[in-house]
Design a binder for this molecule. Structure first.
Ligand SMILES: NC(=O)c1ccc[n+]([C@@H]2O[C@H](COP(=O)([O-])OP(=O)(O)OC[C@H]3O[C@@H](n4cnc5c(N)ncnc54)[C@H](O)[C@@H]3O)[C@@H](O)[C@H]2O)c1
Ligand SMILES: O[C@H]1[C@H](O)[C@@H](O)[C@H](O)[C@@H](O)[C@H]1O
Length: 338
């Protein structure tokens, strides 16, 4: 079977990483086009891709039929404007999280996908491909340690780019927990409440964080999330699960433990790239394999919509300090078989 020709849209932090991944580790796919308005970024991304073409917008790339599939890695607020024409062209799409930043735009994407009659959109909630989260989900489903009672989650970034603003705490960062808590518990997020820790003086002036986010599922599991984007020391994503008969923890750094000069230490990750490298690889490989078979193999556009609806409750909770219920549209039959 020929390689799947992928157009990567957005060659920033994540897009550039996916381009390297597809070119070096993914089997059966090739980057055929880079869609990026910033010429310098496009040139840097194309440096090791002699046969890939550069386009400054998705419409030009579609007109040139430069791809069999699209990987979207623009900032979340620009996803819809790429998703809609790519869906109109009937192309398989891996869209980085969030699908879109709010539920109305997510529903427009869902409607556009349903109009094609096929499941074409997979959302880049890569934690579902992380071995720790997969193991934890199995343990929860097995009930070997009794019922799951609650989750302590820590989501720590050392710093964030200048463009990161306060609402992104919820729609760009906590959206991971919103999706993965539902994945772990098989239950939608019923309500969101946000409290503030004492503000970190190292946070950029326009951010009020760290925050404590309480996600309660319809099944009654409470997930307490520390969202901290000025942690300084490293990048950490950890979860401790409380069961009726014990605890399970995922996400601790593993690697060489050194004992020198009266100190025991281990290196910590400094970014999501090494922390989730294996999960990104697995996500993209499985998406490539599925796209060639005319399917998706991961979170759907409907999962993206459910996350966007819970994000809206989270944004209101962030502003009001109140516990806010999440509201969802009924799931269309189209998504029941995906
Ligand atoms: N899964 C993860 O762990 C993870 C990690 C980082 C980022 N992300 C997601 O990846 C996406 C990109 O984030 P980033 O940090 O790489 O952003 P970034 O700002 O570093 O890069 C975005 C790039 O998109 C380009 N761009 C903007 N509008 C465009 C358009 N209409 N068409 C083509 N290119 C356009 C910009 O010029 C820029 O080069 C976001 O959705 C983000 O949430 C996911
Ligand atoms: O876009 C990034 C990315 O999704 C990371 O996985 C997350 O840790 C960051 O908080 C977020 O800003």
């Amino acid at each position: 079977m020929p390689d799947l020709r992928i157009a990567v849209v957005g060659a920033g932090l994540m897009g550039a990483d996916h381009i390297i991944r597809i070119s070096s580790r993914i089997v059966g796919a090739v980057v055929s086009a880079v869609v990026e308005p910033d010429e310098n970024r496009a040139k840097a991304a194309l440096a090791n891709l002699p046969s890939a073409k550069w386009f400054s917008n998705i419409e030009e790339a579609l007109q040139a039929s430069a791809m069999d599939a699209v990987l979207i890695a623009t900032p979340g607020q620009f996803h819809e404007s790429v998703l809609i024409p790519a869906l109109a062209a009937n192309l398989p799409i891996l869209c980085e999280k969030p699908l879109t930043p709010d539920s109305s735009s997510a529903l427009r994407v869902v409607a556009a996908e349903m109009a094609t009659g096929r499941n074409l959109v997979q959302v880049g909630f890569m934690r579902r491909f992380d071995s720790g989260y997969m193991q934890l989900r199995e343990l929860i489903v097995s009930k070997n340690q009794g019922e799951l009672l609650g989750l302590h989650c820590a989501h720590r970034n050392p710093t964030v780019p200048e463009s990161y603003h306060n609402d992104m705490l919820i729609f760009d960062s906590v959206v991971h927990e919103i999706d993965v808590v539902r994945f772990l518990t098989d239950s939608p997020i019923a309500s969101v409440e946000v409290r503030h820790f004492k503000r970190n003086s190292k946070s950029p002036v326009h951010l009020n964080e760290p925050i404590l986010v309480m996600l309660e599922t319809e099944s009654g599991v409470l997930a307490v999330v520390e969202m901290n984007v000025s942690a300084q020391f490293g990048y950490q994503v950890r979860t401790e699960a409380i069961f009726e008969e014990g605890l399970a923890e995922i996400g601790r750094t593993s690697g060489m433990l050194t004992n020198f000069s009266a100190k025991i230490s281990m290196d910590e990750n400094m970014s999501f790239k090494p922390r989730f490298a294996a999960a990104y690889d697995s996500q993209i490989q499985r998406w490539v394999n599925a796209a060639k078979a005319g399917k998706i193999d991961g979170p759907s556009a409907w999962d993206g919509y459910l996350a966007a609806a819970a994000v809206e409750a989270g944004l209101e909770a962030l502003r009001s300090g109140k516990k806010v219920p999440a509201a969802y549209q009924p799931m269309p039959a189209f998504y029941q078989v995906s």
